[in-house]
Design a protein around this ligand. Structure first.
Ligand SMILES: *[C@@H]1O[C@H](CO)[C@@H](O)[C@H](O)[C@H]1NC(C)=O
Length: 332
C-alpha cells in the first residue's frame, strides 16, 4: 500500500491526489481536513454515478477504396473497470474487446469487413482494404463492468471514395465569343463514387445559376458526371469583361471535387470579341452597293465625296450606337 502510494506520487494528477488523500486517514485531523474529506466523498459519489464519461468516436469522414481505415473510440472510465467495447457497422456487430477474457478480441463475420487484429485494441479497430460497400454508419459502444454496467454509444459516418481514373475533360463550342453570343461548355469526369461535384469559374469567380447562366449536372453513383454550362455574353459573369477595354479574354474553369480527396481544375481561355455589333455596316454597305448599281457607275462611287461623307456618317452612327449600348449596359 505504502509503496504503491509513493510510486503514484510523481505522476500524480487530479485523480491521483483525490485517491491518495482518501486513502490516508491519519492526515485528516483538523476541521479543514474533515471538510475536504466530505467534499471528496460527495464528489466521488457524484462521479461514481457517471463513471463512464466523455465517450467520443473518431471515424475517417472519407477514405480511399482499398486503403485501411482506423476507427477509434475514446472514453474516460474514471475508477470503473471496462467490461466491453463493441463496434457495429449499421446494426451489425463486427468487433468486440472484452479485457477480462484470456483472448480479449472477438471478430464477427460481417460482409465486406476485414478486421486487422494486429492493429485493433480497446480503443480502436482497423479495417483492411475497405470497399465502397463499407460506406455507412459505424457505432462504438462502451460498457462498464459490474455492478453498474453503465453503457454509452456513439456513431459516425464513413464514406469510402473511388476516384475517377482519368482527368476531367472540358469542351467548349467556341473559343471566341461576341457581345450577342452564348457560350456552351461541357465538363466530363469519369466514373467515381460518390459522383463528383462540378463548379464553374470565370477568372476565379464562381458562376451561379441565373437566367443567362444555366448550369445542369447529371450523375449516378459510380458513373460519369457531366456538367453543361450555357452562358450569354450579357450575363453577370461575362458582361463586365466586355465593358473593360483591355480585357481580351477570360479564363473559364471547370472545378471538379470529390469531398476533400480530389480536386482538379481544367481551364480554357475564351477570347472576347467586343467589336460593336457587325450587323450595321454590312446593311449599309449593301445599300451603298445597290445605289452604285442604280447609278451605273460602280468604279468611281467609292471615291466620290458623297460616299466618303456617307462612311464618316456611318462611322459616327456606329460610335453613337456603341456609346448608347455601353450606357444601356452600365444601367443594367
Ligand atoms: C458536393 O457538394 C455538396 C454541397 O457542398 C456536399 O454536401 C457533398 O458532400 C459534395 N459531394 C462530393 C462528392 O464532394
Amino acid at each position: 500500500m505504502a509503496s504503491q502510494r509513493i510510486r503514484s506520487r510523481p505522476e500524480e494528477g487530479r485523480k491521483g491526489r483525490r485517491m491518495s488523500s482518501a486513502c490516508r486517514p491519519g492526515a485528516l485531523h483538523t476541521a479543514f481536513n474533515m471538510l475536504a474529506l466530505s467534499w471528496i466523498i460527495i464528489s466521488e459519489l457524484l462521479l461514481s454515478a457517471h463513471c463512464l464519461k466523455d465517450l467520443k468516436i473518431f471515424v475517417p469522414e472519407a477514405v480511399l477504396m482499398g486503403n485501411a481505415a482506423t476507427l477509434s473510440c475514446q472514453y474516460d472510465l474514471e475508477q470503473a473497470a471496462l467490461y466491453a467495447v463493441r463496434w457495429y457497422f449499421g446494426q451489425e456487430e463486427f468487433y468486440r474487446y472484452v479485457p477480462r477474457e484470456a483472448k480479449p478480441t472477438f471478430v464477427f463475420a460481417v460482409a465486406g469487413i476485414n478486421v486487422d487484429l494486429a492493429n485493433s485494441d480497446a480503443t480502436s479497430v482497423t479495417l483492411k482494404g475497405v470497399t465502397r460497400e463499407l460506406s455507412g454508419t459505424y457505432q462504438c459502444e462502451v460498457s462498464e463492468d459490474a455492478p453498474l454496467f453503465h453503457t454509452e454509444i456513439r456513431s459516425a459516418y464513413m464514406q469510402v471514395i473511388e476516384l475517377p481514373k482519368d482527368d476531367p475533360v472540358l469542351q467548349v463550342d467556341k473559343k471566341v465569343i461576341g457581345v450577342n453570343d452564348y457560350l456552351k461548355a461541357v465538363c466530363t469526369v469519369g466514373p467515381s463514387y460518390p459522383p463528383a461535384n462540378i463548379t464553374w469559374n470565370i477568372n476565379g469567380n464562381q458562376i451561379r445559376r441565373t437566367p443567362l447562366q444555366s448550369i445542369s449536372q447529371d450523375s449516378y453513383d459510380g458513373s460519369t458526371t457531366h456538367s453543361a454550362l450555357e452562358i450569354h455574353a450579357n450575363s453577370q459573369a461575362l458582361q463586365g469583361f466586355f465593358e473593360t477595354k483591355y480585357q481580351h479574354s477570360v479564363n473559364l474553369q471547370c472545378v471538379v471535387t470529390i469531398r476533400h480527396m480530389y480536386h482538379k481544375v481544367v481551364a480554357q481561355r475564351i477570347g472576347l470579341n467586343a467589336a460593336p455589333p457587325t450587323t450595321i455596316s454590312p446593311n449599309l454597305l449593301g445599300l451603298e452597293g445597290s445605289k452604285r448599281y442604280a447609278n451605273g457607275d460602280p468604279d468611281n462611287s467609292a471615291l466620290t465625296g458623297a460616299s466618303q461623307r456617307c462612311c464618316i456618317c456611318c462611322g459616327s452612327f456606329g460610335a453613337v450606337s456603341l456609346a448608347t449600348f455601353t450606357l444601356a449596359m452600365a444601367h443594367l
